[in-house]
Every structure is written in structure tokens, then in C-alpha cells.
Design a protein around this ligand. Structure first.
Ligand code: AMP
Ligand code: MG
Length: 341
């Protein structure tokens, strides 16, 4: 089922049909995001000739030579999660040692580290939209569910959830296929508000959490299409500007592939969960349940030592890799974007 999401055709022309691999969702000619160097140790005031990097590199070499059983045993001795495939376990152990060595080295140097530069919150969004079986090339998707799950990156807990259904205005009748796929009924969307009003509620919810004002935050999606396609198309249909605060986001598939060094295969939510040794919880294609499960993957990555960073953005209607300088910059305060003129 997930495969289809990657093959939705856009009438909008911004996003091209993909073969399912996330990087291929970029427009032809756009540059691929430089690989995130998650393996590279980070320290605020050190260069890589410091002895600590040699130690980390030696530890990494040893971990690379360990069997799956040895990895499992070591993780269990360290009271770390032992679930997941070999590559996931390796990465978890490497991150553990890296963090340990850098922390002690920073403590010895009196360096407090960079914790404060990181996002306080990550907001997972997974839109559901109108669809048909095999979505014809000219099919115009309208958002029918707007869910958000907020992750506190310090406590590694879910700090809140938001869910509103949306009344489609262009084509108000859901296809049987769409009802079956998403579990969202005609009655539910009939009783819902149109997108601009739901977006206003979403902005209010984000504002109440003091995101972008008191706390640094960014968005996270499973693939690039939630923002670059569903939200982009919906804003045009609703005659509103594209919201500034949703211009940059973390594409978790890209981050996951780079962090765990997963071979260049199709990555989707079910694959990410399975490789981590986790099962999907809830109903697939319910926007809120999808968001919760994406958040579980993100939490697992944060616990494994990944500093999830913005890696994609929308510029002049085009999906592009995020520039390096924007990687850790938080999203601006949420604001109603205003009507298109
Ligand atoms: P997802 O987040 O995977 O639930 O997908 C988001 C949206 O993509 C859905 O609400 C549908 O509009 C569309 N979609 C997902 N899977 C399919 C599929 N198998 N066939 C057609 N459209 C799909
Ligand atoms: Mg979904």
C-alpha cells in the first residue's frame, strides 16, 4: 500500500512521479542533498585530529567486525535496546560510544556541548488526501485529515497531538477506494470544516505550544509529499499562500537511510519500523496513527543518537534539498499565511 503513495501523479507539476525512492522525488536537475554525516563525530571546538576521534574510529572498526549475536550481547550489557536488524544495532552501539567519548572529552575540556542549538520540539505531520485507485495523472488531491504529533526532543516523549478532518471542496464525494484506504467516511468529512479553517486551528494549536517563540521547532514528514505536494496543492485550491512555517522539514526517510546506512532501497514507514524491530500500531493510512508511528521511528532514531535535521525545503514551489546553513535553524513562528491575491 505504501508503495502507491510514492506513485501519485501530480496535476500541479511540482513533484514528479517517483519510482518509490525518496531522493527521486526531487525535480530533475535539482541537486541531491549531501549525505548527512551522522557518523562523523561532532564537537564544538575540536578538529578531527583530536585523540578522541581516533578512539571513536577504533571503536567503530571493532563494532564493524562484530557478529549479530555479539552486538546483541553488548547492547544488552549496556542496557540498550537490542531490537532491529544488524545495521541498526551497529549504529546504536557506535552512537553510544561516540556520545560517551565525546561527552567525557568535552567535560575534560570544559565544553558544555551544543545541546541548546538543537530543536526543542519536532512536529510530525502526515496528511491524508482524497484519492482513487492508481490515482490518474490529472487527479487533484484534497487534504481530508490534518494530524500532528509533537515530540519533545529533550524528554523523548510525545508532548501532544492534534487531529482535524477536512471537508474537501472541489470534489466533496470520497471514492469508495479512499474510504477503504483511509478509514475516513463521507459523514466524517461532511461534518468537517474546510481547509482554511482547519489550518487556522492548527496554527492556534502550534501557537499555544509556544513553538517558534519560546521553543525552537521544526516539522517532520514521512517522505517529501506531505508538504511539497498535498499542502502545496491544497493551499492553491484554497486560494491561500503557502505557510512560511512549513517551508522546511525533516524527511525522515532520507534521515533514516543516511543514519542507519540502509542500502539504497525503497524506504517506507513499514520498512523503517520493521528494521527497528517495531510493529505498526493502529490503523495504517489513518493520518493520526501514521503520525504516531512515524514519531515512534523518530524517537527511536533520537535515542540511537541521531540528531534529526531539516533536510528538505520548498522554494518558489520547487522541492529542494535544504541548504546546509538551514539544517538546524528552527521554523518561524506559526502564522496564518493570508489569502493569495
Ligand atoms: P499515507 O500517508 O500513506 O496514508 O498516504 C497519504 C495519501 O496518499 C492517502 O490519503 C492517499 O490520498 C494517498 N495514497 C496512499 N496510498 C495510496 C494508494 N495505495 N493508492 C492511492 N492513493 C494512495
Ligand atoms: Mg498517512
Amino acid at each position: 500500500m505504501d508503495d502507491h503513495k510514492e506513485n501519485i501523479h501530480s496535476a500541479d507539476g511540482n513533484v514528479n512521479v517517483s519510482n518509490g525512492d525518496d531522493d527521486n522525488k526531487l525535480k530533475p536537475g535539482s541537486t541531491i542533498c549531501p549525505k548527512e554525516k551522522e557518523d562523523a563525530p561532532r564537537a564544538s571546538n575540536s578538529d578531527f585530529s583530536h585523540a578522541v576521534y581516533k578512539e571513536i574510529s577504533l571503536a567503530n572498526g571493532q563494532i564493524n567486525r562484530m557478529s549479530k549475536e555479539e552486538l546483541r550481547l553488548k547492547l544488552s550489557q549496556l542496557k540498550l535496546d537490542t531490537r532491529g536488524v544488524k545495521d541498526v544495532m551497529k549504529k546504536r552501539l557506535k552512537s553510544h560510544y561516540k556520545k560517551q567519548k565525546l561527552t567525557s572529552s568535552a567535560a575534560a575540556a570544559g565544553d558544555a556541548g551544543q545541546a541548546d542549538a538543537y530543536y526543542d520540539y519536532i512536529c510530525v505531520v502526515d496528511f491524508e488526501a482524497t484519492c482513487e485507485e492508481d490515482n490518474p495523472p490529472d487527479f487533484v488531491h484534497e487534504i481530508i485529515e490534518f494530524p500532528m504529533v509533537l515530540i519533545n526532543t529533550r524528554t523523548l516523549e510525545i508532548a501532544g497531538t492534534f487531529q482535524e478532518y477536512v471537508k474537501p471542496e472541489l470534489c466533496s464525494k470520497l471514492s469508495d477506494f479512499c474510504v477503504q484506504l483511509t478509514g475516513i467516511t463521507q459523514e466524517t468529512v461532511n461534518a468537517a470544516q474546510p481547509f482554511p479553517l482547519v489550518l487556522k486551528q492548527a496554527v492556534k494549536w502550534l501557537e499555544e505550544k509556544e513553538l517558534g517563540t519560546r521553543y525552537k521547532y521544526t516539522f517532520l514528514t514521512d517522505g517529501a509529499w506531505d508538504m511539497s505536494k498535498f499542502l502545496n496543492i491544497q493551499c492553491r485550491l484554497s486560494q491561500i499562500r503557502y505557510p512560511q512555517f512549513a517551508r522546511r522539514w525533516i524527511n525522515i526517510r532520507k534521515a533514516y537511510r543516511n543514519f542507519y546506512k540502509v542500502p539504497h532501497i525503497q524506504i517506507k514507514l513499514s520498512t523503517m519500523l520493521a528494521k527497528l524491530g517495531l510493529q505498526y500500531e493502529g490503523r495504517p493510512h489513518s493520518g493520526l496513527d501514521d503520525s504516531r508511528n512515524i514519531a515512534r521511528v523518530a524517537l527511536r532514531m533520537l535515542r540511537d543518537g541521531c540528531r534529526l535535521r531539516v533536510n528538505e525545503h520548498l522554494h518558489a514551489g520547487q522541492l529542494l534539498p535544504a541548504p546546509a546553513w538551514a539544517a538546524e535553524e528552527g521554523a518561524p513562528p506559526p502564522r496564518w499565511p493570508g489569502n493569495r491575491r
